[in-house]
Design a protein. Structure first.
Length: 355
C-alpha cells in the first residue's frame, strides 16, 4: 500500500460536521491496512491529544499550529507520502494530496462569515482545486457547487458519500428524556448548529403554528442562546436541549414523533440519515444536497416558508400510517450509505490516482 499521512489538524478543533466525517471514515478505513503505512500528523503543541484510532499513534511535529502549521510545516513532514486532508483545508504547496472539500457555504451564506475569512477561504479552495492531485467531496451537488463557485478544476471531482450508522454505535441514554421533561410528551426533534443555513429560526417560527397539536419542538446541538432570546420557553412549545452526547442524541431520535431539518444549504447533511437509522421519520428541506441524500424517504418542505415547514410537520404528526411509511423508507434509504462503502471508495481513489 502507498504510504499515507493524514492531516490531523481536525483533531485540534472542536465541533461536529466535517470532523465527524474524518473520524468515521478513518475508523472504517484504517483497520483494513497496515498501520505502519499510515501516519496521523498533528502539531507538536497537541502531543497530549489522544489518537481516535486504537493502535495508531500520532506523529507530532513543528513549532507552529493552525493554518500556519498546515501550510508550512505539515508538507515538510510528508516526504513522498500521499497526504489525506479530509476537512476542507490543506497545504497549497503539496501536490501529492487528496483533499476533501465539503461545501462552499461561505459563499452561499456570506453574511455568516467575515470578509477576511471569505477572502482566505476562496484563495485556499481555489488553490487546492488547482494544485491538489485529487479533489473529493461528499455529494454530487457539492461537486457541482465547487465548480460553479470556484471554477478552476479541469479534472473530475470524486464523490465519497458520508453515512449515519455511527449513531447506533453508542447505547441510547434515555435519561435525557426525563432531564428535558419529555416523558409524557410528543415532540419533534431538530438538530444543528447556530449557523444561519441550519435555519433554526424557521423551526421556531413553524413551532408557533403548531401549538394546537400539543407537540413540543426540541432543539439539540450547539448554543442557541441568541436564537431563543425572544422566546419564553415556559410558555411556548419549544425545548432548548443544547449540546447532547451521541447516546443522548440517539435516545432523542428514537423517542421523537419525527425529525425536522429545514436547512438552506448542506454539502451532505448527516442528521437526516442518523434519524433514519434510529427509525425516526424525517421532514427535510427541498434544497441543496438533501434530496440527493434522502431520496423518497422523506417529506420535503420549503425552508424559506415557516408555514410550509409547519404544514409538512402537521401532515406527518397527524398520520400514523405516514410515519410508519417513512420509518420503513428511511431504513431502506439509510442502507444505501455506509462508512465501509466510503472507505472502499477512498481506497479506490488512492489506488487509481497514486499508483
Amino acid at each position: 500500500m502507498t504510504d499515507v499521512t493524514v492531516n490531523g489538524r481536525f483533531l485540534t478543533r472542536s465541533g461536529p460536521g466535517v470532523n465527524r466525517f474524518a473520524l468515521e471514515l478513518l475508523r472504517a478505513w484504517v483497520p483494513s491496512h497496515d498501520a505502519r503505512n499510515i501516519n496521523l500528523a498533528v502539531p507538536s503543541k497537541w502531543k497530549s491529544i489522544q489518537s481516535p484510532l486504537p493502535g495508531m499513534a500520532l506523529r507530532c511535529g513543528g513549532m507552529l499550529s493552525g493554518h500556519a502549521w498546515e501550510q508550512f510545516e505539515l508538507p515538510r513532514s510528508c516526504g513522498e507520502d500521499v497526504l489525506l486532508s479530509l476537512c476542507n483545508t490543506g497545504p497549497l504547496s503539496f501536490k501529492r494530496q487528496l483533499a476533501v472539500l465539503h461545501d462552499v457555504s461561505a459563499f452561499a451564506f456570506p453574511s455568516a462569515y467575515s470578509r477576511t475569512f471569505r477572502t482566505w477561504y476562496r484563495f485556499l479552495l481555489a488553490g487546492l482545486m488547482r494544485r491538489a492531485a485529487v479533489i473529493a467531496t461528499v455529494s454530487k451537488f457539492s461537486a457541482d457547487e465547487l465548480v460553479r463557485c470556484i471554477g478552476v478544476r479541469a479534472r473530475g471531482i470524486e464523490v465519497i458519500y458520508e453515512s449515519g450508522e455511527h449513531i447506533l454505535q453508542n447505547r441510547a441514554e434515555p435519561a435525557v428524556i426525563a432531564r428535558l421533561g419529555l416523558e409524557n410528551s410528543r415532540y419533534v426533534l431538530a438538530v444543528g448548529s447556530l449557523t444561519p443555513n441550519k435555519n433554526l429560526a424557521g423551526v421556531i417560527a413553524a413551532a408557533r403554528l403548531l401549538t394546537d397539536l400539543d407537540v413540543k419542538i426540541v432543539a439539540a446541538g450547539g448554543s442557541y442562546g441568541r436564537v431563543f432570546a425572544d422566546v419564553d420557553l415556559g410558555k411556548s412549545n419549544l425545548v432548548h436541549a443544547g449540546q447532547v452526547s451521541d447516546g443522548e442524541l440517539r435516545a432523542l431520535y428514537e423517542h421523537a414523533e419525527c425529525f425536522v431539518f429545514p436547512s438552506f444549504y448542506e454539502g451532505f447533511g448527516l442528521p437526516p440519515l442518523e434519524a433514519m437509522h434510529c427509525g425516526c421519520p424525517v421532514v427535510v428541506s427541498n434544497r441543496s444536497s438533501i434530496p440527493e441524500i434522502c431520496g423518497d424517504a422523506a417529506v420535503y418542505c420549503d425552508p424559506g416558508d415557516p408555514r410550509d415547514i409547519a404544514k409538512q410537520l402537521r401532515k406527518v404528526l397527524t398520520s400514523d400510517s405516514l410515519r410508519d411509511e417513512l420509518r420503513e423508507a428511511g431504513h431502506m434509504r439509510s442502507r444505501l450509505f455506509s462508512w465501509k462503502r466510503a472507505a472502499s471508495k477512498l481506497d479506490e481513489v488512492i489506488s487509481v490516482s497514486f499508483a
